[in-house]
Design a protein around this ligand. Structure first.
Ligand SMILES: [Zn+2]
Length: 301
């Protein structure tokens, strides 16, 4: 598949004003039909405000933004769409400081909105990794010496899997990838990642770490010597790239939010060949996730 560009001019053409954003949100939010969140009725009429829908049964009125991550937004929706564009299409992402400067918003506002964007980027687990996979476990944190494999300390432990696929030129490359923060490197901690992110019919390659062994009851696990990262080169390059990205413009992030940042990274990575789809998927995700408060966002572990 050739890379499909989606430039800022394409975005400007699609969303020239506030109204076009509202209409698009409304289409996305009620794409699979209207259903009143208070009483479950599917009958509605236009609300007091033109773009709102009012339930014909209980009278509850809903705007295109209510009960979505755009709820109670304190700045124009068009601005929010442009931020969503930059966070979904820019490979490097954007720090809250940069967003604050470019959009004339406080850094706190940008930080909070970015957390919502990251929430919308969390995978639905509907498409687990499949076929030939490589999986590794490692730690992330600031000022870490780059080396594959496990290391201890006050860092976040992570498990990560990638699909190994053939590209058009018949060369091995990476398909999609997912990662998850884990408590430790035990089988018990690996399990949820396998259950949610891995198709059980896949052929899986890992290093010799003993915690993978018990999982071979259910999965086709092939363990091979890590050789200081020489084997499973594509996987280790992917891990290096992700760590570099986390360290780069995001060097101020707290490892407390590591999962959010890895979700952002893989949301973009897994859609790198179709940028317009990346933006649309993000807006859809924003309408499908429930609003949360600033306090709730700061407490996320
Ligand atoms: Zn109702």
């Amino acid at each position: 598949m050739a890379k499909k560009d989606f430039t800022i001019f394409d975005l400007m053409a699609r969303f020239p004003d506030e109204k076009s954003c509202i209409i698009y949100l409304s289409e996305q939010k009620w794409a699979s039909g209207y259903c009143c969140i208070k009483c479950g009725s599917t009958k509605n009429k236009q609300g007091k405000k033109k773009d709102n829908k009012r339930c014909k049964t209980c009278g509850y009125e809903e705007s295109p933004t209510s009960n979505t991550l755009f709820h109670k937004i304190k700045f124009p929706l068009q601005k929010a769409f442009y931020i969503c564009y930059q966070l979904s299409v820019n490979k490097k992402g954007m720090s809250t400081l940069e967003l604050s400067r470019q959009y004339g918003l406080s850094q706190k506002t940008c930080w909070f909105f970015k957390r919502k964007v990251q929430k919308a980027m969390v995978s639905s687990d509907a498409h687990p990794l499949e076929d030939v996979l490589e999986i590794d476990e490692f730690s992330i944190g600031s000022h870490e010496k780059e080396k594959p494999g496990r290391s201890d300390g006050k860092k976040k432990k992570v498990i990560l899997g990638v699909e190994i696929v053939l590209n058009k030129k018949e060369k091995l490359t990476i398909g999609r990838a997912y990662s998850r923060v884990i408590d430790d490197y035990s089988t018990q901690s690996f399990k949820p990642f396998f259950e949610e992110k891995i198709n059980a019919k896949s052929t899986i390659f890992t290093d010799l770490w003993s915690s993978y062994k018990p999982l071979s009851n259910k999965y086709d696990i092939n363990q091979e010597k890590s050789n200081n990262g020489e084997s499973m080169k594509l996987l280790h390059t992917h891990i290096m790239n992700m760590k570099g990205w986390l360290r780069g413009i995001h060097h101020h992030i707290s490892t407390k939010h590591a999962q959010c940042y890895m979700d952002e990274y893989h949301f973009k990575f897994n859609r790198r060949l179709n940028l317009e789809n990346c933006f649309d998927k993000l807006i859809l995700g924003m309408t499908k996730n429930e609003w949360f408060s600033y306090k709730m966002a700061s407490q996320t572990t």
